[in-house]
Design a binder for this molecule. Sequence first.
Ligand code: K7E
Ligand code: CUA
Length: 681
Amino acid sequence: MIKSPSRTTLLVSATIAVVAIGTLYSCSTSAANDNVLVGNAASKVYVAPGKYDEYYAFFSGGFNGQIMVYGLPSGRLLKFVSVFSQNPETGYGYNEETKPMLQTTYGSIPWDDTHHPELSQTDGVPDGRWLFINGNNTPRVARIDLKTFETTEILQIPNAAGGHASPFTTPNTKYIVSATRFSVPIPNTDVPIDSYKQNFKGTLSFITADQPGKMDIAFQILMPGFNYDLGHAGKGPSDGWFFFTTYNSEQAYQKLELNASQNDKDFIAAVNYRQAEQCVAAGKAKTAPAEYFHNFMDEKSRVARSERKSSVKMLNPQDCPGVVYYLPTPKSPHGVDVDPTGEYIVAGGKLATVIPVHSFSKMLKAIADKQFDAEVQGIPVLKYNSTLAGEVQKPGLGPLHTEFDGKGNAYTSMFISSEIVKWKLGTWQVLDRMPVYYSVGHLMIPGGDSKKPWGKYLVSLNKITKDRYLPTGPELAQSAQLLDITGDKMKMLLDFPTIGEPHYAQAIPADLIKGNSQKFYKLAENSHPFATKAEADGGIRRQGKNVHINMIAIRSHFAPDNLEGVQVGDTVYFHVTNIEQDWDIVHGFGVLGADNAEVIIAPGETRTLRWIPKSTGIYPFYCTDFCSALHQEMQGYVRVSAPGSTVALKANVSERAKSQTARAQALPMHHEAAGAANGSR
Ligand code: K7E
Ligand code: CUA
């Protein structure tokens, strides 16, 4: 989404009559605060020390390529999950085991732009098994396992550029989708940009997602060269359909700000994916060249592997009549959201003056009655009035995204007028509005895009923070706001900062996840090729210029901890196994002068730091995670000699370290103290 106020102002002046947007940012926030803070807001978000939050909330990190996990209602940050970006905090993307996760046909890409966390669903309700998220820049989708809160799988999306309408799920997570934001030549090739109308196309990808480790492109649908923005699956009566917003039906390729805002209406593409499945099964899709990577973490070795794929099934709608219809929708729509009953399809026409709502049952009837206005490249365009259920009049300015409370109400974010608007499904009446600070993008209700929303809280994910927090230089933390939506009127409860740019978030009752959370990896099942399962098994080995060091970490030593025989010109691999079998006993490993991050090693797993020493000398290494009372003693040395030196390869397993184990175990550990406190809840 749009970030800078100046861009907003341009948009507004170009397309919508005079809005005094300046007042948006200059009005007194403290006065506004006094108006919206009602009663006992503080007690509603207070989670006493040692108590757990009610919900897990997963926020995308936007341009940091990660996911933030928060507790709600407290707004306490619990964790970053590394997804598409290298993260020195965990060693993700730096250690040898996870590097393959970032593999693409463009090489290893250590960054992406995450927008939409999406929880897996069973029968249209979030189930807490997995979380998916899209990479917007180099189109990818990732699976996060909610037992371990780790990225376990990444699939690159071929024939696409800008994976924005992604990774929205079908009601049983059979598929997640990814639609191309930017149209490009398919297959991508060197053509004049001004040949856009002839050569540029869009694609909609349906990705099998219900088998962990086996994500793949089930099929792609070749679409006209518009921009595809967002999507949501049908549910209940509309199960089997998928809805995508498009903008730039003008097919502009320069100055889109103006040139893609000409048409009064763009489209929602309604896709009958069950019919697409049948057409693919009947051989109506072509096998199209498509180079892409599938990367996944092996569960037992915890080593990621990459496989390269080379084709997809590409379905042209002209070869499968009835698979796609266009629903005219004003104006440059952004969000498309399906209500819990599956009947209403709500569009966020970001430049529209109303919120248009389509009816699924009217759409089916209009299709049966052939209520077509036109055709775009073989895709029938339905008449606007034939599918329209209603319009929310005067909702505010810049409607973007809508979620639902499960009680017949819808909540829409208004970017330009900077508010959340509550309205009634069926009557289309505005019931309430709440100013938010400032310029909300997505909003989120736990389960609010599903069949059964947990309609207690709403989070407003604001784009602009201005004056909400202590200033921190030119860039401020983003601002999220928590609202109570249990009553007729929304109540503002809490501001809390978020990092990067969380476009969207999803949340789920903590009970659906917390009991499944894994405490450690079983050492006995560790099938890593360089696992060291006992102290006596450590050692050093040379294979030509490669030196492999097998090492264990346990409170509070590494073994071996003295290593000799390494030479300048060698590539050294420290394979460190954490042989602890206890919750939250994590060790780290860093070495002097390494042009790499540390590795962090969870109990029972093996992680490998690659190191190329550049000069002779003695190099200390140490544990980077304060694991025990004698954490500062958790260190060792590597001796690096000149090329061709006669210093023999040598690794000790020191007696000193062994005796320290005994001492350390006799001392109280901070981790154990914390563990005991949690256990006593
Ligand atoms: Cu509206 Cu990328 Cu979903 Cu930003 S997107 S807000
Ligand atoms: Cu291990 Cu600090």
